[in-house]
Design a protein around this ligand. Structure first.
Ligand code: FPP
Length: 228
């Protein structure tokens, strides 16, 4: 419990440092991403212990298309493999998969797999694993504002109701690994009042213990939402 009596319900993570993890070991970047997926798996397995309602992870940004073709296709392959290998376990553990961002821009085989995974876990009531794919906050806010305008007045509430995260609890804590301290177009709207947590740990080294530490730090913060 935090000083204000709340417990983190929704945590988001910018999973940074896969490349540097690999470089330090003179390994290919792809292996860093592969180890990054293993870190995702560890957290998803531990999600229930943390009693999180939602975990949102930044897997592929609208800017990541600028990476070399080979790296983009390595990331796609890893995502496919992750769904194929882990979907059963996630489904059995009550995880509900959700995608934020415009994933339909991905290759048809990837889109098909994603949609299968979404429908397979749709009725689950455990932790929501929201994966940001082809996601950028500017794009999300522009899409939401367009939808809000089509329905009537544009207000903070009508925009928020159209965001990709509209059905998730408010964002409590945003973690970024690898020592970088920026938001990189991730959940800009949702981050208005969330707590930020930066750690030097590179993403492939991130464990459930690191998440526990971040959550523990959250409980010690006092959130005032502009009041006093
Ligand atoms: C940042 O490391 C990481 C990414 C751009 C991709 C994150 C993707 C994964 C962890 C794997 C895919 C996820 C799922 C759900 C299967 P970086 O390459 O920018 O590292 P660097 O800054 O050290 O170069």
């Amino acid at each position: 419990m935090g000083e204000d009596g709340t417990k983190a319900r929704h945590v988001a993570i910018i999973m940074d440092g896969n490349g540097r993890w690999a470089k330090k070991r003179h390994l290919p970047r792809a292996l860093g991403h592969q180890r990054g997926v293993e870190a995702v798996r560890r957290l998803v397995r531990g999600a229930r212990d943390f009693e999180l309602e939602a975990l949102t992870i930044y897997a592929f940004s609208t800017e990541n298309w600028r990476r070399p073709d080979e790296e983009v296709s390595d990331l796609m392959a890893l995502m496919k493999r992750f769904i194929l290998s882990d979907l059963d376990e996630m489904a059995e553990n009550g995880i509900r998969l959700k995608i934020i961002g415009d994933y339909k821009a991905f290759r048809p085989d990837v889109v098909e797999l994603i949609e299968g995974a979404l429908s397979r876990t749709a009725a689950n009531t455990g932790t929501i694993l929201a994966v940001a794919l082809n996601y950028g906050a500017h794009d999300e806010i522009a899409r939401a504002a367009t939808k809000a305008a089509a329905k009537g007045a544009i207000t903070p509430e009508t925009i928020a109701a159209e965001l990709d995260t509209a059905d998730l609890p408010p964002l409590d804590l945003l973690i970024r690994t690898s020592g970088e301290e920026r938001l990189s177009n991730f959940l800009l709207w949702q981050a208005a009042y969330c707590e930020l947590y930066f750690t030097e740990t590179l993403w492939p080294d991130f464990t459930a213990d690191h998440l526990a530490q971040a959550l523990e730090s959250f409980t010690r913060r006092e959130r005032r939402y502009g009041g006093r």
